[in-house]
Write a protein that binds this ligand. Structure first.
Ligand code: SF4
Ligand code: SF4
Length: 216
């Protein structure tokens, strides 16, 4: 069984936000809606303080807090671990936005674009009325994954089948793939490095792993 997951290497991320911009371009999210964020935080205590950049987005949880609260079954988890939203079923109640412990969800505004009421060329190409006044979040670029698989491509290896943020990362800090496949890049990164998942103690089983040191 496939389990798609993302890995971010905190030693490599330089906080450039190229992944944020790539996500914005690929998904044409409206102002105020940022499916990919990169946190800029301080770690440690003075004088041993380090700056860390932490890419964040939907964690595509094994036990997603957003699913049971959804009154319309718009939010579901696929067998491959991707958590999806059916925009036609979503009524925009935003229960999921409140329930998500990662602040990954955004309710979209009506018809607002980067420069006002008129879309840019990119926004016009990607405009979808079904996505207005509903809950949205990172999808792991599920359309790219599904169309890539249909063409015999490998997500995480072939760029056409890989999330836009991973393709764009200038530092190769992001990786994507199947953690059930021991030969995938993500499985090898997890085997070779110490890692953690955010808010793991809540039992959410996030599908987003953070590397922080070489395994010794
Ligand atoms: S990160 Fe939030 S929105 Fe994403 S699957 Fe987990 S609970 Fe749901
Ligand atoms: S906003 Fe949509 S996805 Fe979220 S709980 Fe309401 S109906 Fe479900």
């Amino acid at each position: 069984m496939t389990r798609w997951a993302m890995v971010a290497d905190l030693r490599r991320c330089v906080g450039c936000q190229t992944c944020t911009a790539a996500c914005k371009h690929a998904n044409a999210t409206p102002p105020g809606v940022q499916w990919r964020r990169v946190l800029d935080i301080e770690v440690g205590s003075y004088p041993d303080v380090q700056r860390a950049f932490v890419p964040m987005g939907c964690q595509h949880c094994d036990e997603p807090a957003c699913v049971p609260v959804c009154p319309t079954t718009a939010t579901r988890k696929r067998e491959d671990g991707i958590v999806t939203i059916d925009y036609d079923r979503c009524i925009g109640c935003a229960y999921c936005t409140v329930a998500c412990p990662y602040q990954a969800r955004f309710k979209t505004p009506i018809g607002e674009f980067a420069y006002g009421k008129q879309p840019t060329e990119n926004e016009a190409q990607r405009d979808d009325e079904a996505k207005r006044q509903v809950a949205t979040k990172c999808t792991f670029c599920v359309e790219r994954i599904d169309s890539g698989l249909a063409q015999g491509l490998k997500p995480g290896v072939d760029p056409e089948a890989t999330p836009a943020c991973v393709n764009s990362c200038i530092a190769e800090a992001l990786a994507f793939g199947d953690i059930e496949d021991p030969n995938s890049k993500v499985s090898q990164l997890l085997a070779d490095n110490e890692h953690f998942r955010i808010n793991e103690e809540l039992g959410t089983g996030p599908g987003f792993f953070y590397l922080w040191d070489k395994r010794r």
